[in-house]
Every structure is written in structure tokens, then in C-alpha cells.
Design a protein around this ligand. Sequence first.
Ligand code: FCB
Length: 510
Amino acid sequence: MESEASNWKKTKQPRSKDPIFHPGFYSELPLLLTKVEGAYLEDGKSLSNWDVFCHSIGCAEGGDNGDIADDHYHMFMEDIEAMHSLGLDAYRFSISWARILPRGRFGEVNPAGIKFYNKIIDNLILRGIEPFVTINHNDLPQELEDRYGSWLNAEMQEDFLYLAEVCFKSFGDRVKYWVTINEPNMYIELAFEQGVFPPSRCSEPFGNCVYGNSDVEPLVAMHNMLLAHGRAAKLYHEEFQPKQGGLIGLVAHCFMFEPITDSELDREAAKRAFAFSVGWPLDPAIFGEYPEEMQKYLGSKLPSFSLEEKKFMKNSIDFIGINHYSALYAKDCTTSSCSATGNRAIQGFVDRVGEHDGVLIGERTGLEYLFVVPRGMEEIVNLIKTRYNNTPMFITENGYSSPDLQEQRVNELVNDVKRVEFHTSYLASLAKSMREGADVRGYFVWSLMDSYEWLEGYNVRFGLYYVDRQTLTRIPKLSARWYKNFLTNNSLVIDKNASRTKRLFTKDVM
Ligand code: FCB
């Protein structure tokens, strides 16, 4: 049987004269329980690690949590209508593990959880929107943390494999795009190196945690996560793909690292930063090995794959998911003085910074580590294209949050010219890499609506739709109108001519 992969190019024919962005290209985005679903204890769902984290030590300033979030659990039909009215071709969302397997593999499948995702999937398909499903995105049943320490324990591979199997069996007849795990690299750094995400593990100089070892545990947790990915992908490729015909991938958070000076040392540092960040999950998923740079600098601390594991890790993905928001400078720490954290093997002896000689790499955004650097999109896509032999790519996240939120009034937030400029310039940069041959097959905006943003709570807003926190009413922002226009006209209007741009921005397309 011909696979979906080989059919893609045939079925997704260009619909315009300059078809760099073809149908099936555009999309919208996501979320999992903690961020949009809410209903944190309804219909048999158990507590996730994030529920417990938020309720115990308080995960975000002001005590925000995901108990209600956007109440997508009850309002999903309205949200799907919004997606449809925008003209989206696909919707990327994540499964809440604790909703469908409240006790992991130590208890029953929760039928209400399966029913909920079935309703979402069926209603998306009814409106011609492709479900693009992430199996794990930062959350897990707390029981797996309490029983054996979640990702630090190889048992977690079994639990993830079981979760993946339940998903393929329950939804795989209709879901043709799977992501095993979202951003292992970002999650592991935040949870096991900096200790700011649950289970809050770290050591000096990365942070001040009660437990943990920032130089070693991230490597162990990542190894388990990658093997969990590899086992699930093997299962999909062998048992489900032949019948169901979908594709499976892995998503990495992909900063573009630029050398802070033109010196040979900083250029090498930028390569190392890539290897220790993006290459860390992607090299094993494509080559079956950790990047050479990691092997060299980490030595025996870096776990290794057995021959059998290498076999199933290699080429375990049909596509690469790229979450790209920002570029950063890379500064060599092997010879010059650096921050205490940059000067560590686990960081590849590289400082990753947003500033050089008092000048920022790009405009600030609502998240302090993300800057607006549109050229970074073309650069990172080209790098990934070259390193991984142009494996098919999806931009699985790209988005903008405005700074100084508290100072802004609702009408300023809804009139989000900066978000429109952000997406226009990043898409233009992406188009350049595609014209140079990068096999990019889709683009997902982060995100459809304002949602619960981890440690920032509701203070950082990425949505095309504004969500009123009191009433949960969704209000389309200017960016939603712009995106709809972009999808309808199938072309990018680049902001070169102010009056033309103004016309576009003010045109009512909803
Ligand atoms: C990504 C995460 C996503 C969201 C965006 C802003 O790193 O995958 O959940 O937090 O950043």
C-alpha cells in the first residue's frame, strides 16, 4: 500500500501561481489540558504533575493555574467553529495523559477521556480540518511521578509506549499526523536542569532545588524520553502505519544560535549550542546516535544506545517538528569567561545570550528569553535541512507574545499589529528557505487563543483570539483577521508599503 508520505505531494497540489504556501500548509494550534482544556478533575481525569505543582508551590505569579484554563473541555465546539471560520487546514493539539490513562498503565483506560478526544477529532474532520496530535506535551499523571520518578526511570518508557498504543488504537483510524513528544530538549532543561518545571529538580549553579543533579539527570531523563519515543515510533511503523497510513514525528524547540563574534571559537560555540540543544533529541531520532560534540564533551556521563536500540532509534521519524520563536547569540566558554551555567559540560561550554555589547539580538517579547529575529527562521530551517538531509519538516510552533501586558488595555491587546508583523516577517523568512528547497510541509501558529502559559500563567498572551479571563469570551484580534486573509488569498503581503499594509490590517475579513 502506498504510504501517506509518498502521497502527500500528489494530493496537496498548489492552488496558486506562486505556490510556496500550498493548501494543507497552513494551520493553527494546540493545546493540552494545562493550557486550554481546564476541567482538571472532571469525568475521571486524575491529577497531572502540573495540577499538583500548581496547587502545591504555586506554578505562576499570582497563583494562576490550569484548573479552568480556557475551558476548552466544554467550549471546544465554539473553538472548532472559530478554526473553521479562519479557514484552517489543520489543528495541532495535545492529549492529556491523565485524562485518558489516569493511573498510567497501573489502571484502566478512562472512556470519558477517549470520548472527549473522539469528539474533537470527529468535529475537526467534519469541517475539513486535519487533526495533528501530540501524544505528550509536558504533562503526565502524578502517579507516575510518585511511584518511580517519571522520566528519570526507565519504567517511563513502558508507560509512554502504552499511552501511545492506546492513542494509535483509539484515534489512529482518523489521525494521520502524530508527534510522540513535544520539545524534549526544552522540557528536560526546565524540569531537570533549571528545576523550574515539575518535578523541580536541579543543583547549583543552575538553581536552588531540594533534590537533583543538573549535570547528570537531564541526560538520564532525555535518554528515557528518547527511548520512549523510539519504541512508540517502532510500534507505529510496524503495526499501525501499514493499516492506518499516517506519519509520526518528534518536535524540538529550535533556537537559532548565531556566533556572538566572528571568531573561530564563537563560530564553533554556535555549532555546539545547536548540537547540545536541537541535535540532542534529533540526532538520535535520525542517526541513532547523540551528536559528536556531546559525546566529546560529556564522555561517560552521556548514556549510550545499545545496538538494538540504535536500530530502532535511527530513522524513527517521518518528519521533524520545529518549534521556532527566536535566535540567541552563542559565546564560547572554553577560553573566555562566561556565566557559571554556560561554563558547564552539560551546556557544551557555551553561553546562550540575547545581547551583545548592550544591543539586543532583536526586539523583546513577553517571554524574556524570546526575541523577534525573523532571519532566524530561514537560518534554522536551512541548518536542519542540511544536517538531516532535508527530512520533511513542519513548523509546529511560531508565535509572538507582547511585553508589558499589565499596562495594556483590551483594545490595545486586540489591535495586535506587532503580532501581525511578527508572523508576516517570519513567514517571509520561511518562504526564502522553502524557495531554496527546504521540504517544509506546514506551519502552525502558536496559538489559536490566549491560554495558560506555564510559569507566566495568564500574563503572557500568544493567541490570535483574546480570551477574557472573567467571561472566557473569545474575541478575534487583528491577527486573526490577518491570518484569515492570508489563508484566503494564499499569499503573503509583505509590510513594505504602509498604506497598503494599513488597508490590509483594517479590512474586515471575519
Ligand atoms: C513552547 C512550548 C509551548 C508554549 C510556547 C510559548 O516552548 O512548547 O507550550 O509554552 O513555547
